[in-house]
Write a protein that binds this ligand. Sequence first.
Ligand code: GLU
Length: 435
Amino acid sequence: MNSKVRVRFAPSPTGFFHIGGARTALFNWLYARHRGGTFVLRIEDTDKKRDSEESVRVLIDGLKWLGLHWDEGPELGGPCAPYFQSERQHIYDSYLKRLRNQDQVYERDGAVWFKVSGKPAVIHDEIRGDVTRLEEKDFVIVRSDGSPVFHFVNVVDDIDMGITHVIRGEDHLSNSSKHVELFEALGAPTPVFAHIPLILKTVGGGKMSKRDQGALVEDYKARRFLPEAVRNYLCLLGWSPKDDREILPIEEIITLFDLKQISKNNARFDEKKLAHMNGHYLRNLSPETFVDFCKPALQSAGLVSEKTDPAYLAQVLNACQEKVRDVESLPNFCVHFFADNFPFDEAARGKIFKQEGPLVRIREFLEALPSLSDFTEGSLEALVVALSEVHGCKTGDYIHPIRFAVSGQSVGVGFYRLLHILGKDRVIKRLKEFT
Ligand code: GLU
């Protein structure tokens, strides 16, 4: 018998790609890679009302974006199209015939009903342990309109595709006793089950729904998150390397990943942690890649055009790379490098300019600037230190108001770097206008 692992991701196309589904796909993919097995993509599109080409495309784009490539499929739309249940009716017909011949089904009101065995089934689950369940009632496997029911086609395909491990969301645990009945009736070995815990909303109880912020893979793609960061974060929703590390290369996760380590407890979604991880992955990009990755966001925000000096753009973005957590916040973060009419953070203004002092500090700095022979980070720092000594105050008394006056913000890239990149003329102009 072939002992190779074969797993599948079997989404029903719903029009969006929920991160819960993405995490299921990821765990299947990781397990296949860990065991040197095969990862199959099967689109469960038997519900004609809901399914559309567009909803399949969302799933496929999301999987590709996350780098979760599947290993086989019919040669339809390309070398590796997924399997579509809508194209496999002949297979379901032949399995149904077999159940009929074995007298395991009957018809009532036009629907085909499956006769349960009445025996309790042991469901072996790698995560939840063994559970014994009794499926008490017969159930429909083909509706009166001829369309096959999920339980039936799901099991037939798992048999037909030689699936060895069924890794899926915990919401399907209650279906598995029906599935075990069908596997047995069809004379096939029951696969190993692994029902993975739910993903809860960031606050409060309850499962994350498609309406919750951060729930859809396609949104992360549109918001220009790094797929490696999203994938790394999803790995931690129910799995951990059993040390304190959270940021791990995918190759290492593949080596370490096993079903036994998946937690029984529900995982809580934390978008802040994901953004933090994204920031880490952004910092790890080469400076050139970071520029290429961010440029489109600055272009669509109207800050950068084909005329922008590439060296200047690189200088600004290299300074930002250390600080930002996501690309979508970048235009606001660096607008003052590209435009003179940048917005001022009024809450920060209120805090910094409570008294006259800060304006006086700005004027002292302005007066001293002409004496500065060069405009480097080092000379600017020396100037601020010298001024603070002369006037008996802290360097921060200069840094905070000056930063605000030239950038409109209380946070941003390193202070001396900010001044250096803006250049002497712009710094003087902005400070004069401000005071
Ligand atoms: N089509 C089912 C779903 O999207 C798949 C269930 C399974 O993985 O067995 O929930």
